[in-house]
Ligand binder design. Structure first.
Ligand code: PAF
Length: 281
């Protein structure tokens, strides 16, 4: 496995692989890899001939006062994990390499980014779509793999690829959970043991609402209210949002109908966690 840090070298490595007629799979990450990322890599390995993983904590997608500085980073740990997952190249550029002095170009998907995390974190998705566009141009993958945990990100990126006629496919891989249900996230490393326990409120509230839906409840106001009540029982939890929106338009609906996304963002102490469940129509 090679670790590459320059765009020039990355482009020439991919050109060589393409010259051999191989397909390229790509897993963009911000590092501090966990089993959720490793599942994306396995998926990429099973569907393409050559797998590139990017590790880049993208400053553009963090707002003022968010955790850009504190975001966990450990390239040597990530390299051994990626190598054991059979990854061919890690692309780990510096901030200067990605955004040289005078950088001035941004990519923005409208409407879909005005709700959920886009509303709570203004500018976040502009940072995501800009960096992902750059990464796609550098790596030129046939298929890029993203996790369903970032449900809105997946929807936004699919829209971007469609609207800008980008020459690749996006595959979304189901959420990987810890044994007790907590959705895997690099940010789980911020939680102390009391917060780790409290964080179960997210996945447990989704389980609770799944049962409510199975018993026939279809009114979104009622479902959202039940989730809010469930999470509010946990003293360490502070709800950012609980929403039920249509998929893929991310619009508010009165009743469950067609495909729906139930999405949560909750602060556990100072750590903001997200989780979701998609109900297929
Ligand atoms: O999902 C993430 O880790 C990031 O948002 C991504 C897609 C790597 C862009 O920085």
């Amino acid at each position: 496995m090679r670790v590459i840090s320059t765009i020039k070298e990355m482009k020439s490595a991919v050109r060589e692989v393409r010259g051999q007629g191989k397909s390229v799979g790509f897993v963009p990450t911000m590092g501090y890899l966990h089993n959720g990322h490793l599942t994306l890599m396995q998926e990429a390995k099973s569907k393409t001939d050559f797998v590139v993983v990017s590790i880049f904590v993208n400053p553009l997608q963090f707002g003022v006062g968010e955790d850009y500085e504190d975001y966990p980073r450990d390239l040597s740990r990530d390299s051994s994990l990626a190598e054991s997952a059979g990854v061919d190249i890690i692309f780990a550029p510096t901030v200067r390499e990605m955004y040289p002095k005078g950088y001035a170009t941004f990519v923005e998907v409208e409407k879909l980014t005005g709700v959920l995390c886009g509303k709570s974190r203004p500018g976040h998705f502009k940072g995501v779509t800009t960096v992902v566009t750059k990464l796609f141009n550098i790596v030129e993958p046939d298929i890029a793999f993203f996790g369903q945990k970032d449900a809105q990100q997946s929807i936004v990126l699919k829209k971007m690829v469609e609207d800008l006629n980008m020459n690749l496919k996006i595959e979304i891989v189901p959420i990987v959970r810890e044994k007790d249900g907590l959705a895997m996230s690099s940010r789980n490393s911020y939680l102390n043991s009391e917060e780790r326990r409290a964080a179960l409120a997210l996945s447990q509230s989704l389980e609770m609402v799944r049962e409510l839906i199975a018993s026939g409840e279809r009114n979104n106001l009622v479902l959202v209210d039940e989730i809010r009540k469930f999470i509010s029982r946990e003293p360490l939890a502070r709800i950012d949002y609980v929403e039920i929106l249509s998929v893929p338009d991310l619009e508010k609906t009165e009743f469950l109908q067609g495909s729906n996304l139930i999405a949560l963002a909750v602060f556990i102490g100072n750590t903001r966690l997200i989780d979701n469940m998609v109900l297929e129509g």
